[in-house]
Design a protein around this ligand. Structure first.
Ligand SMILES: [Zn+2]
Length: 316
């Protein structure tokens, strides 16, 4: 062990409730030359990355080639088009439970919209969609291409002009340093009876038990929190949000979890660097082979994600 990358101390406090946490496991190797471990809070029923990475390190990761920009993909031709179409199809299935509860013309805010693919899909379904992210350049590209209004920065600090029928956190909450104020802001931005739709990796999934530190969806150090179904319900209840729908299956990430955990070189961020056809084919084949396992884990409520919808309850 080198002096520059000591193992993190194993004494830590849960960043949500400040009680003592316990070590779940150490990451086997240094990541960006730093050592991380994953701790658990048995009261909040969550995991958390320890220590949290610095803002500088996160900036380095996110403002690299983290997202597949539409403008960059267009240069990649037919293969990229095929992959994007497949992704859009899976996003459509992912968000269908929310779409079924809404009617055309309703307003949606997609928080942490990334490439904007989900927002564009929802716009095509007839909704009035707006997006929020921390990357101003990405937001400008989405607005120019699709006329979707973007708000840059921290949700709690933006002066929104109106309330929304639905707010989406698609694989976003686990990235936030302080998710609670953001959820509180979102609850405040919702109309009465409005819906919050969330997908996060599942801390109590079979895949985590099998792969532990090697599980692709742990994504250390970008993922600071690791939520369980019960943990997320507890958090949402604090803001008068009642769960109305739930699944641990994700059409987009469940099977990918097996493929990219078994073969880390197949992780989407790496595939986008080379667009190697044999690797993309292997990635898709492994996902197909994983489907029976995905079916079983999801049936048992131990699937790779917590995908849940919450309704704002009116105070009595
Ligand atoms: Zn806690």
């Amino acid at each position: 062990m080198s002096k520059t990358s000591p193992m993190p101390a194993h004494q830590s406090h849960c960043p949500l409730c400040n009680r003592d946490g316990r070590l779940a496991f150490d990451m086997p190797a240094a990541i960006y030359e730093r050592r991380f471990s994953v701790h658990a809070c048995d009261v909040c029923r969550i995991g958390y990355t320890y220590p949290f990475p610095s803002d500088n390190l996160l900036y380095e990761i996110y403002f690299g080639e983290y997202w597949a920009r539409e403008s960059a993909l267009e240069k990649r031709g037919l293969l990229a088009w095929g992959v994007q179409t497949f992704n859009a199809y899976r996003l459509g299935i992912m968000i269908r439970p929310l779409v079924k509860k809404l009617t055309a013309g309703m307003t949606i805010l997609d928080v942490g919209c990334g490439s904007g693919q989900l927002a564009v899909y929802l716009q095509s379904c007839g909704f009035k969609v707006e997006v929020n992210d921390i990357d101003a350049e990405l937001l400008a590209e989405i607005e120019t291409r699709h006329g979707i209004r973007g708000y840059c920065g921290d949700l709690a600090e933006i002066d929104f002009q109106h309330q929304y029928d639905a707010i989406i956190f698609n694989n976003v909450l686990e990235h936030l340093r302080a998710p609670l104020p953001i959820i509180e802001s979102a609850a405040g931005l919702l109309k009465n009876d409005g819906l919050i739709f969330i997908e996060v990796p599942n801390w109590e999934s079979t895949q985590l038990q099998v792969f532990k530190a090697r599980w692709y969806h742990l994504a250390i150090p970008q993922h600071l929190y690791h939520f369980s179904p019960t943990g997320l319900d507890g958090i949402m209840q604090q803001y008068a949000m009642k769960r109305v729908w739930f699944s641990t299956f994700s059409p987009r990430t469940s099977a990918a979890g097996y493929a990219a955990s078994l073969r880390p070189e197949l992780q989407p961020v790496r595939l986008r660097q080379t667009w190697s056809k044999p690797k993309i084919l292997l990635y898709l084949t492994l996902q197909l082979l994983a489907l029976p396992l995905v079916g079983i884990e999801s049936f048992l409520g131990k699937g790779a994600v917590v995908r849940a919808m919450y309704r704002k309850t009116t105070p009595v």
